[in-house]
Design a protein around this ligand. Structure first.
Ligand code: ATP
Length: 273
């Protein structure tokens, strides 16, 4: 339903083994897992556990997946919301949602709050804006800042946020005690793509001519989301062809189809990029 902007039901437990490649990012978030599991160990000498970290990288590279894996590894609830849910909201609604989210999360701590597309709420606040223009977004951002400042580092709530536009973020969000750590999630290289193919080929019945490394070589520029898409398309194409296993030809056709989809999307969505 529309009301469920966030939920802590973590039906399928995701762990680091579901996240292929991204070795450096995994190492960095491993620290967050340890903070969640054993906060006392870190604060004993007077140190403060960070409240939040920003996952920075292009779409589809596994930022959401990694955040879920942190919750899965630490075995804590995962609360999430997306910045894009907050555009065009009625006055007061966005700020109330943020307060409500933090209230729920604090009650379930230790836990992870994940904010996808934080740039949608966290853009620079502009001076001299037309009254009524982006007021609700600003209210939402302000309530997020207030909530982040309002809980102690010992609360057990850690906020991970994702963006592909860190340059557009309001500097208030990046101040110490807020999202003062950035973890970059890049598009995979050929080795990364091979690893991601291996994960997504796992559940598929494959013909002997299919090879993860070869598929990785065929898909330069693809992010994890597109690779997952290729694997799924190939399985559907082969099934339509009444095959017993998915073969290289099905993958070739799936790659073409995904590239076609990307070209269309780019034409419509970002004519200037
Ligand atoms: P967006 O910025 O568009 O929200 P994202 O970076 O959060 O994207 P995800 O939603 O985590 O990307 O990735 C989408 C899907 O792509 C995942 O559910 C997974 O199936 C696949 N995927 C992406 N990256 C990886 C990866 N490193 N390993 C395995 N699967 C991946």
């Amino acid at each position: 339903s529309k009301a469920a902007l966030f939920d802590a039901e973590n039906k399928v437990k995701i762990t680091f083994k579901d996240v292929a490649g991204l070795e450096e990012a995994k190492e960095e978030v491993q620290e967050v897992v340890e903070f969640l599991k054993n906060p006392g160990k870190f604060t004993i000498l007077g140190g403060k556990i960070p409240k939040g970290a920003l996952l920075v990288g292009p779409p589809g590279t596994g930022k959401t997946l990694l955040a879920k894996a942190v919750a899965g590894e630490a075995d804590v609830p995962f609360f999430s919301l997306s910045g894009s849910d907050f555009v065009e909201m009625f006055v007061g609604v966005g700020a109330a949602r943020v307060r409500d989210l933090f209230k729920q999360a604090k009650a379930k701590a230790p836990c992870i709050i994940f904010i996808d597309e934080i740039d949608a709420i966290g853009r620079h606040r502009s001076r001299g804006q037309t009254p009524g223009g982006n007021d609700e977004r600003e209210n939402t951002l302000n309530s997020l800042l207030v909530e982040m400042d309002g809980f102690g580092t010992d609360s057990g709530v850690i906020i991970l946020a994702a963006t592909n536009r860190p340059d557009t973020l309001d500097s208030a969000l990046l101040r110490p005690g807020r999202f003062d750590r950035q973890i970059s999630i890049d598009k995979p290289d050929i080795n990364g793509r091979t690893e991601i193919f291996k994960v997504h080929l796992g559940p598929i019945t494959l013909a002997p001519d299919v090879d993860a490394k070869k598929l990785a070589a065929q898909t330069p520029g693809f992010a994890g989301a597109e690779i997952a898409n290729v694997c799924n398309e190939a399985a559907l194409i082969a099934a339509r062809r009444n095959k017993k296993a998915v073969d290289q030809q099905d993958f070739n056709d799936a790659v073409d189809r995904v590239i076609g989809g990307l070209e269309k999307k780019n034409k419509i969505i970002s004519p200037d990029e």
